[in-house]
Design a protein around this ligand. Structure first.
Ligand code: FES
Ligand SMILES: [Fe+2]
Length: 370
C-alpha cells in the first residue's frame, strides 16, 4: 500500500494554545454572525449529488449558512449555482428539487432562464427599465466523486485544495461514490453550536465512555486509533476490534479489505464529513442555524441491491451513536453557556484534531479581519 502523501502528524498546543477557543465563541450571537460571514459564507459546502442535476433543467436547492442556493443544469449542459433569491424583492425563487424549463419566482411570477438571466417579469415592459441587465447572482460550483459543492465566495480557494489528497486516496482504495445509491436520510436539529458538533466528531477520546456499541466494533486504543491533518482535511482511521467476529458486529456498518483502514472518517472544512467503506458511504452536511442550533443532515449510500433490512440496521446503528453524541454536545453547550468556564483544556494527542480545527477557525477569522 502506498503511503498517503501530505499527511502531517497533527499538531497541538500551538496556534490557539493548549486550551480550547473562548466559550463566548460558542454562545454569542454576534460572534456567530462573524463566523457565518467569514467562515460559512466563504467555505465549500456539499449541497447534493450530481445525479440530481444530471440532465438539462434539473435543479436542487440548498443553503450555505443563511444563503439560499439553487443549483441547476443549463440547456447547454453546464452546471451552475446561484443565490436562490429573486432580484425583485427577495423571495426564494425555487424550492425543493426537480426539473423545470425556467425558474419562476412564486411571489410575482418573475421568470429566469436556466443560465440565470431574467426572462420576463409581469408588467416589466411597461414599468421596468433594463430588464436585460437583471440576473440571478452566480456562485462557484464544483463536483467531486458524485457530490456537488458550492462556495458563495468568488475569491475562494479551489475545492481541490480543500479536499487535498482525499480524491487520490478514495481512488486508490477503489471507493467510487457514483456507483452508490442513496438509500436513507436522517436529519438532526441539535441544540449546540456547530463547532461543538464538529469538535465532538474529531475525537474518539469520548468513545469508550459514551459509545459502548461503537467501541465494541472499532479499536479505540490510542495506538490503533490514529488522527491526521493536512490543511483543511482532518481524518481518523482505525481497524475493527475483532475482525474474526466482525459478522457479529452490530449492524453492517463497515467492511474489511486488505490494505484499507476498516474505519475512516474525514472532515472537510468547514461543513462536510464522510465515513467511506467499501460499497457504502455515510455523509453529513453541517448547517449552522444560530449560535446554539445546528442541523446535521446525514445520508446513507450503499451499493445497489442491499436489502432494506440491512440499510435500516446500518442507519439505526448510526442513529444510536448520533443520539449518544446529541446528549453529550447539548450538555457541553449548556456548560459553555453557564459563564463559568472560560476555556476548556485539550489533550495533546487524543484531541489534536480539535486543536487543528480550532486553528482553522482562528486563522480564518484572523485573516478575514486584515
Ligand atoms: S420577489 Fe420574486 S417575483 Fe417578486
Ligand atoms: Fe461520539
Amino acid at each position: 500500500m502506498n503511503e498517503i502523501p501530505d499527511r502531517d502528524p497533527p499538531r497541538s498546543g500551538d496556534g490557539v494554545g493548549s486550551g480550547t477557543l473562548p466559550a463566548q465563541w460558542y454562545t454569542d450571537p454576534g460572534h456567530f454572525q462573524v463566523e457565518l460571514d467569514q467562515i460559512i459564507s466563504r467555505g465549500w459546502h456539499c449541497v447534493g449529488r450530481e445525479s440530481s442535476v444530471a440532465r438539462a433543467g434539473e435543479f436542487l436547492t440548498a443553503t450555505a449558512g443563511r444563503i439560499p442556493i439553487l443549483v441547476a443544469r443549463g440547456r447547454d449542459e453546464v452546471l451552475r449555482a446561484f443565490v436562490n433569491v429573486c432580484r425583485h424583492r427577495g423571495h426564494e425563487v425555487m424550492s425543493g428539487s426537480g426539473a423545470c424549463r425556467v425558474f419562476q419566482c412564486p411571489y410575482h411570477g418573475w421568470t429566469y432562464e436556466l443560465a440565470g438571466a431574467l426572462r420576463s417579469a409581469p408588467r416589466g415592459d411597461r414599468e421596468l427599465e433594463a430588464l436585460g441587465n437583471i440576473a440571478l447572482e452566480q456562485v462557484v460550483v464544483e463536483t467531486w466523486n458524485s457530490f456537488v459543492f458550492v462556495n458563495p465566495d468568488h475569491g475562494c480557494t479551489p475545492l481541490t485544495d480543500v479536499l487535498g489528497h482525499l480524491p487520490e486516496t478514495m481512488l486508490k482504495y477503489g471507493f467510487d461514490f457514483e456507483s452508490l445509491e442513496h438509500r436513507k436520510r436522517i436529519t438532526y436539529d441539535l441544540q449546540a453550536n456547530w463547532k461543538v458538533y464538529v469538535e465532538n466528531s474529531l475525537e474518539c477520546y469520548h468513545c469508550p465512555v459514551a459509545h459502548p456499541e461503537l467501541s465494541k466494533l472499532v479499536d479505540m486504543k490510542p495506538d490503533a486509533y490514529r488522527l491526521f491533518s493536512a490543511g483543511q482535511l482532518l481524518w481518523q482511521e482505525s481497524q475493527l476490534r475483532n475482525p474474526v467476529n466482525a459478522e457479529d458486529a452490530p449492524g453492517p456498518v463497515l467492511t474489511q479489505e486488505e490494505g484499507i483502514p476498516d474505519f475512516q472518517f474525514y472532515y472537510v472544512w468547514p461543513t462536510f464529513m464522510i465515513a467511506p467503506s467499501h460499497g457504502r458511504l455515510w455523509s453529513a452536511q453541517i448547517q449552522p442555524l444560530d449560535e446554539r442550533t445546528t442541523r446535521v443532515v446525514t445520508d446513507f449510500y450503499f451499493e445497489s441491491g442491499l436489502a432494506d433490512h440491512d440499510v435500516e440496521e446500518s442507519a439505526a446503528f448510526s442513529d444510536r451513536v448520533l443520539e449518544e453524541d446529541r446528549s453529550l454536545i447539548e450538555s457541553v453547550q449548556r456548560g459553555l453557556e453557564s459563564g463559568r468556564i472560560e476555556r476548556g483544556i485539550l489533550l495533546s494527542e487524543s484531541e489534536a484534531l480539535i486543536a487543528s480545527f480550532q486553528r482553522l477557525v482562528a486563522d480564518t477569522l484572523a485573516s478575514s479581519c486584515t
